[in-house]
Design a protein around this ligand. Structure first.
Ligand SMILES: NC(=O)c1ccc[n+]([C@@H]2O[C@H](COP(=O)([O-])OP(=O)(O)OC[C@H]3O[C@@H](n4cnc5c(N)ncnc54)[C@H](OP(=O)(O)O)[C@@H]3O)[C@@H](O)[C@H]2O)c1
Length: 256
């Protein structure tokens, strides 16, 4: 029996609904794409948002719904949810993954660079989480996973805007975990270290080597390694976990 079939059989055995409506923001590439694939492989109904270009054919061929949406625009978020609800029903699992960097040393960082990173990574997450919660409250269940970063707690020179936005997600998620725990909605944070995606391809070879030297496991993560943790947090096995910050960082952030 293949892994997908045995997984589906397992879920039948546990009496779980076979397929949930899952939304992954920024699911067209990098970590978001790996997360979308992981849920789709497990038999969930997956919708992704993408902001630019076209969604990968492999995802749309696998039956995933791709919706164009810039999470800095509340109206686009609303329209995206309407499309998803029409096709897959209310979102039961939300993965707030979309994020950007605009790295610069403080003295050279413009207010625009600071505000736009916060608007995408923090306020953008607020927009999609708030909209998802409407249906989750009605259903009296829901799973929300936010993608933060090891640098949110560790700090990173040249990334004050990014680190501030990622640290803020922890306070945001933990507040919601307290506010909505009684409604059976969990809010957790995954804090990846350095992952092999377009975001880190922007680094020079020298910067990459310097980072790897500090990682106890001595390598970058693959997006699939982050996706596996996200899927766990959305699974029944994580039913009593909320307000947690789970590092997937090869040991880089230990103690923070
Ligand atoms: N790579 C790492 O080492 C690393 C480490 C820790 C945390 N993270 C976090 O993990 C998440 C994914 O990172 P990644 O490495 O996969 O990044 P990536 O390859 O640069 O992809 C970023 C994704 O976010 C989307 N996005 C950005 N701004 C958006 C907006 N305003 N509205 C809607 N979508 C938007 C992008 O859409 P477009 O394709 O349209 O631009 C893309 O799908 C981010 O939150 C990032 O901060 C990454």
């Amino acid at each position: 029996m293949g892994p997908i079939v045995s997984e589906i059989t397992d879920r039948y055995r546990k009496g779980d609904p076979l397929s949930r409506s899952v939304l992954v923001t920024g699911g067209n590439r990098g970590i978001g794409l790996a997360i979308a694939r992981a849920f789709a492989d497990a038999g969930d109904k997956v919708a992704i948002t993408y902001r630019s270009g076209e969604p990968p054919e492999a995802l749309t061929q696998a039956g995933c719904l791709a919706v164009r949406c810039d999470i800095t625009d509340t109206e686009q978020v609303e329209q995206a949810y309407k499309q998803i609800e029409e096709k897959h029903g209310p979102v039961e699992v939300l993965i707030a993954n979309a994020g950007i960097t605009k790295d610069q040393l403080l003295m050279r960082m413009s207010e625009e660079d600071f505000v736009s990173v916060l608007d995408t990574n923090l306020t953008g997450t607020f927009r999609v989480v708030k909209r998802a919660n409407r249906a989750m409250l009605r259903a009296k269940k829901g799973r929300v996973v936010m993608i933060s970063s090891v640098v949110g707690l560790l700090g990173s020179a040249g990334q004050a805007n990014y680190a501030a936005s990622k640290a803020a997600l922890v306070g945001f998620a933990r507040s919601l975990a307290r506010e909505l725990g009684s409604r059976n909605i969990t809010f957790n944070v995954v804090a990846p270290g350095f992952v092999d995606t377009d975001m880190t391809k922007a680094l020079t070879e020298e910067q990459r080597a310097g980072i790897v030297e500090q990682v106890p496991l001595g390598r970058y993560a693959q997006p699939e390694e982050v996706a596996a943790t996200v899927r766990f947090l959305a699974s029944d096995d994580a039913s009593y976990i909320t307000g947690a910050v789970i590092p997937v960082d090869g040991g880089l952030g230990m103690g923070h």
